[in-house]
Write a protein that binds this ligand. Structure first.
Ligand SMILES: O=C1C[C@@](O)(C(=O)O)C[C@@H](O)[C@@H]1O
Length: 247
């Protein structure tokens, strides 16, 4: 799959760096810092960290500014719900409205739409995004445990049935078996499905899954410049060295 000039889904996993600023000023400072680096491929703007995500005018203004600075670098915009590890609690309708605003601002190349919301709310949003040439990443997060393999595969199968562009699963391991389970699910989904996959075990224990995507079928890995957006993320320069070594 190509997003702008970036080929996702083959070769080395691509590195996404999250922006986690809570004010516009922090966001722009973080962006400038990230742009001084060479070791990443795309930016994820986590708008649930930002106090003004609900202000449509400010959102359009900041999104436009970010997009102008990024030029050829793809932009993923994500609102992560509180129940899936995000910063802010919203009702289903509010979540749908935020996703709508992201699609309407027309600067996102990719958007994250969570699997956990009612189908009748998210299916039209998936279609709307895709009609506007925005690639849809459908995601499932579990910050407490690593579910059974069958349950993880079922989540990925649901994403496939929703005809999204990329499936994504992030779970919390407590044992090395949890990590093997996540890797086994990734590996088998990668071999059996054409849908590109992003997968990771979070936390310190899960770090190995953030560097092994090329082997087990995860096409994007999240690395940091400064603040992280989830436990276990590795600094993007170090991450890139790992990926190059394993390539
Ligand atoms: O979903 C993901 C993956 C992630 O949770 C991680 O574990 O790296 C970090 C989030 O910013 C991103 O939206």
């Amino acid at each position: 799959m190509k997003v702008k000039n970036l080929k996702i889904g083959s070769g080395k996993p691509k590195i996404a760096v999250p922006i986690t600023g809570s004010t516009t000023d922090e966001i722009l400072k973080q962006l400038n810092l990230i742009l001084k680096q060479n070791d990443f491929d795309l930016i994820e703007w986590r708008i649930d960290f930002w106090k003004q995500f609900n202000d449509v005018n400010e959102f359009n203004y900041v999104a436009q500014m970010i997009s102008e600075k990024l030029e050829a670098i793809p932009l993923l915009i994500t609102f992560r719900s509180f129940n899936e590890g995000g910063q802010t609690k919203l009702t289903e309708e509010q979540y749908a409205k935020v996703i709508h605003n992201i699609i309407n601002c027309r600067v996102a190349d990719l958007i994250d739409i969570e699997l956990m919301h009612p189908k009748k709310l998210i299916l039209p949003l998936i279609h709307l995004a895709q009609n506007q040439n925005i690639k849809v990443i459908q995601s499932y997060h579990n910050f407490k445990i690593t579910p059974e393999k069958s349950e993880m595969l079922e989540k990925l199968d649901q994403m496939q049935l929703n005809h999204v562009d990329i499936a994504k699963i992030a779970v919390m391991p407590h044992t090395s078996d949890d990590i093997l389970n996540l890797l086994e699910v990734s590996n088998s989904f990668h071999h059996e499905s054409n849908l590109p996959l992003i997968s990771m075990s979070m936390g310190n224990l899960g770090k190995i899954t953030r560097v092994s995507g090329q082997l087990f079928g995860s096409c994007i890995t999240f690395g940091t410049v400064g603040n992280s957006s989830a436990p276990g993320q590795i600094n993007c320069e170090i991450l890139n060295q790992f990926l190059n070594t394993l390539n």
